[in-house]
Design a binder for this molecule. Sequence first.
Ligand code: APR
Length: 222
Amino acid sequence: MKHIVFLTGAGMSAESGISTFRDSNGLWENYDVMQVASIEGWYDNPDLVQQFYNDRRRQLKNAQPNEGHKIIAALEEKFQVTVVTQNVDNLHERAGSKQVIHLHGELTKACNESKTEVYDIGYEPITPGEKAKDGSRLRPFIVWFGEAVPMIDKAADAVSQADVVVIIGTSMKVYPAAGLVYYARRGVPIYLIDPKEVSAPPQVIVIQEKASDGMRKLAQLL
Ligand code: APR
């Protein structure tokens, strides 16, 4: 069975009403990324960080998977599918995808400071000063700038075994995630779905569409 690996970013969830980071009016236009998405920001002002993620977690409760998420999930009937996502939302899972690797953590989970204990908290807020079982501060289970990306090896393994790689909705600006595409074996077709003009290596097949339209087109080609 052909193994398709998807590498998805914030653009995958744009049609679900969730802001991307670097588009106009994106999250990083309205927040200082180092204040709310870095380990230094957490030490400097934990309440501001909690509020940022509480807001995004609450918004996620009312967001729905879009057509693009659903088409990717439906491909599991015909192919082995692995979704490697930089997104912290749960929309791939809610669309039905079974094999989802979250490189940058998950909004619906919280953890202790050393990230050795992880708890499902759904869409509930973390209150300022709330403690984990080990007495340390309870924090969002997110990989912040300045933190390790523990799932990167598992993701690289998946890409190295892919028969097809599909990149959707990422500006490919953040490493190590952006380097994953180079683990694809020689000759493996690589598609890139993005409504914006993106500079891609020559062997990449660009589908200049939004995620849902791009996936409708791609599903015909697979
Ligand atoms: N469908 C597909 N792609 C879209 C859509 C859409 N409807 N709308 C926008 N895009 C594209 C944009 O053109 C852009 O290339 O999605 C991409 C979004 O890029 P970013 O906002 O940089 O998001 P991403 O690449 O996921 O950011 C990576 O940066 O801040 C960190 O941890 C955060 O995981 C995030 C990482």
